[in-house]
Design a protein around this ligand. Sequence first.
Ligand code: 2HA
Ligand code: ZN
Length: 271
Amino acid sequence: MKDIFKAPFVEEMKKMTANMYRLGWDERNGGNISWMLDEEEVGEYLDLSQVIRTIPIGFEAKELIGKIFIVTGTGKYFKNVMDDPETNLGIFKIAADGCTAELLWGYKDGGKFTSELPAHLMSHMARLSVDPENRVVMHTHPTYTLAMNYVHELDEKKFTHSLWEMCTECIVVFPDGIGVLPWMLCGTNSIGEATAEKMKEFRLVVWGMHGIYGAGKSLDETFGLIETVEKAAQIYILTAHLPRVNTIKDSEMKELAEYFGVNYRKDFLNL
Ligand code: 2HA
Ligand code: ZN
């Protein structure tokens, strides 16, 4: 058996959480990540028949039965994953009943997965239904994106449009736009269901006055989506109080989307 502490998926989670912490997006226990792993690859590091303990999920994740995930722990700090991945992360398999997580590694102090697991697993199911290659769901509290929530209308078209205007590459990176939810109580199945509903249409979902969810094929791609939104939100906040002299026009955004061949939300432009 290979050394789990050297597994690429553990290494990548360590680096990603450390990076996000240093960006100031994941204060205290803020943020959580789930990543669906390849069973064969995990099998090189862990005996998949050795279940440490079982943890109820709190809903039925039928489409994910048998799938293995690496997920950040509840109450755990991104800051601490690098030095103690076995306490701050866990790897589990969704049991045959669809309602139980079978812990294979991690949560060493008796802990469990993030309180946002419903939003994560429901989002995985929603994304997989439209993109079978989706593997990652990431939640974080990026500073400028959050700041923008307080001074900009929480309207999907308007929010997406404002961000598209802020950086030339935005419409190319997230042509599908951003879903927006109003402020809702977090950690619940209800916010999970609302997020998953949006995830059928968007890879990015803003949780009003809380943070953002992103989904993608890899940690890198998912981070890149959120990072691009955050950069655009930063430009927005840095310029929102100043007279606007120039802007990227809707006709130019259309030109960009067509040149790069992306399928963009035409109804989010005013042409
Ligand atoms: O896990 O970010 O939304 C901490 C959070 C809750
Ligand atoms: Zn949060």
